[in-house]
Design a protein. Structure first.
Length: 254
């Protein structure tokens, strides 16, 4: 039986590749054999991620892109096809949160959140999906959240709404594109400690509170998501589409 999880020879794009989660997923794809195109708006940041992947023995290149700008994403897809001739994997790891109480939620913040988390996901899927359609094969992995299926307080109404949208974008595209050989899945993490949430880990009382809500008794780290990403991107998930793997320490089991 072949090694279903090797990604040798595959070309993978990781949007949001300079973020805490995006970098971990890009590193994982590179270690498992894929050539990784690391992308975000910050060329310097993604360049450093690409260098770290190469230092670990992988292959990577950094190409800047703004996922909220369709022309920018189309240019990214075209550049990758011109350089490598194909795109096998797309991982949409970008995401943001703007916490506001519902009564006071500014429309401009709502629009910004949806622009990145929802519009950005769909634009990337659309542009890369067209390449995969011509190849008659491809794997897309979106970044959802436990908040895509479970509400939460603390000003998270906008974030929950965007991740619920990502959930259904994933399912709808999986159905529409299944006859074309394109698989579309998602990863749904619980709280993950990244540069944007490190204040939680640095506050013992707050960290204890969040960890207590997780059946496994700890808060997640970006590396916890790598295994699910590799699986969904690999031939080992060749008959899996429209699914979300919740990497949450058992949180959504209740």
């Amino acid at each position: 039986m072949k090694n279903f999880f090797k990604l040798d020879g595959k070309i993978a794009i990781v949007t949001g590749g300079a973020g805490g989660i995006g970098e971990a997923l890009a590193m994982g794809l590179g270690i498992y054999g894929a050539t990784v195109v690391v992308s975000s708006r910050n060329q310097d940041a993604i360049g450093k991620v690409a260098e770290r992947i190469k230092a670990a023995g992988g292959q990577a290149v950094a190409i800047a892109c703004d996922v909220t700008d369709e022309r920018s994403v189309q240019a990214l897809a075209e550049a990758v096809v011109q350089k490598y001739g194909k795109i096998d994997i797309l991982v949409n790891a970008m995401g943001m949160n703007i916490k506001r109480e519902a009564f006071e939620y500014p429309v401009e913040d709502w629009d910004k959140l949806f622009s990145v988390n929802v519009k950005g996901t769909m634009i990337a899927c659309k542009a890369v999906g067209k390449v995969m359609r011509n190849q008659k094969k491809g794997a897309i992995v979106n970044l959802s959240s436990v908040r895509g299926i479970r509400g939460y307080t603390g000003g998270n109404v906008g974030y929950c709404a965007t991740k619920g949208a990502v959930e259904l974008i994933t399912k709808a595209l999986a159905l529409e594109w299944a006859p074309l050989g394109i698989r579309v899945n998602a990863i749904g993490p619980a709280l993950i400690i990244t540069p944007g949430t490190k204040h939680i880990a640095e506050n013992p009382e707050l960290a204890k509170k969040y960890a207590a809500a997780v059946p496994m008794g700890r808060i997640g780290v970006p590396e916890d998501l790598v295994g699910a990403c590799i699986f969904l991107a690999s031939d080992g998930a060749g008959f899996v589409s429209g699914q979300t793997i919740f990497v949450d320490g058992g949180l959504t089991a209740a």
